[in-house]
Design a protein around this ligand. Structure first.
Ligand code: TXA
Ligand code: MG
Length: 297
């Protein structure tokens, strides 16, 4: 079934049941080498499935859970290798959504859940997004409304005592560093299949996405129907131009909520291509730019 979270909708199954977990990979067409995040209701529950070997990670969990932070922790034997693609660590988070938290509490099982989209495509931030693409493959969508963060969780772990960020996401780096000090970015930009969520081309709509100076790109594509993903003022207009304004008053939070929705709308519209400019590299802007680069890759 699909479940709402504050970041994006997840496609969930009992993480302790291999057969159920297998059906997630099938529905998403996801390769088995791409591990899943398990969702739990609390830190206590997380400790049944993984070990907080590093005090700083426990501190982060205490500070930011429930919330858009996923923590990589040494897994306990009860978690099937299928969930972690055979890796020693399991990704864990407590999602900040009342419906899903109550589901987790009532069932008492951890839910393995990747984003509820076909592999490689844009993550769903509304139940209708899930229904359109996976509706005929899954039995339920728990309707929790539109996601309030709109971009996937930030992923953190520790390697040889260094705190590493593996995916930029809904929790800003600054907020993390205020609690545990400097972290290192280990964002994978290669096509290394060991870190597929960080594949260079991911979160990609079907329509071409061009990232750069919008005015220049528009003039290079004269005669085409162009969508422009903008932030703040709409500098370019015209007969063949359609604007998707991430946030008129330049709110990063609003831009994150709108990003995936607009990428989907652009795909469904009659535009030939989508042109986007990077946002300022601050706060959530870093994660938004990361997704834009991958969408354009
Ligand atoms: O916000 C989110 O994190 C959403 C919601 C549903 O919780 N989930 C999500 O899951 O984005 P998914 O599967 O689309 O992305 C999770 C990423 C994957 O790209 C995977 O590579 C990485 O997390 N990951 C999961 N387990 C891992 C592990 N044990 N070691 C390293 N990376 C892992
Ligand atoms: Mg995903």
């Amino acid at each position: 079934m699909a479940i709402p979270t504050e970041t994006v909708y997840g496609l969930a199954a009992n993480a302790l049941n291999e057969k159920a977990v297998l059906s997630i990979f099938e529905a998403k067409n996801r390769p088995f080498f791409d591990p899943l995040i398990i969702h739990v209701a609390s830190i206590e529950s997380a400790q049944k499935y993984a070990t907080f070997t590093d005090e700083r990670l426990l501190n982060l969990a205490k500070t930011f859970w429930p919330g858009p932070l996923t923590i990589l922790l040494p897994k306990k034997d009860i978690i099937p290798g299928l969930v972690t693609s055979g890796l020693e660590r399991v990704a864990v988070r407590v999602p900040d959504h009342a419906l899903t938290l109550s589901l987790l509490e009532k069932t008492g099982v951890p839910l393995a859940a990747p984003s509820a989209n076909p592999f490689g495509y844009v993550s769903p931030t509304e139940p209708s997004h899930v229904n359109k693409q996976l509706g005929d493959k899954i039995s339920y969508i728990l309707d929790g409304g539109a996601c309030t963060v709109g971009i996937e969780s930030t992923i953190i772990g520790v390697e040889e005592n260094t705190l590493c960020i593996y995916r930029l996401g809904g929790l800003e780096i600054d907020a993390i560093e205020k609690i545990v000090g400097k972290v290192e970015l280990r964002i994978n930009n290669s096509s290394d299949p060991k870190a597929p969520g960080q594949l260079k081309s991911h979160y990609a709509p079907r329509k071409p996405v061009l990232l750069g100076n919008a005015e220049k790109l528009v003039s290079q594509n004269e005669g085409k129907r162009i969508g422009i993903l903008c932030f703040g003022e709409e500098k370019i207009s015209g007969k063949n131009i359609r604007s998707f304004n991430l946030s008129r008053n330049k709110s990063m939070k609003e831009a994150a909520i709108n990003l995936f929705k607009f990428l989907r709308e652009a795909d469904e519209s009659d535009i030939d291509l989508l042109i986007a400019e990077e946002l300022p590299e601050q706060g959530l802007g870093k994660a938004i730019n990361d997704r834009l680069r991958r969408a354009a890759s």
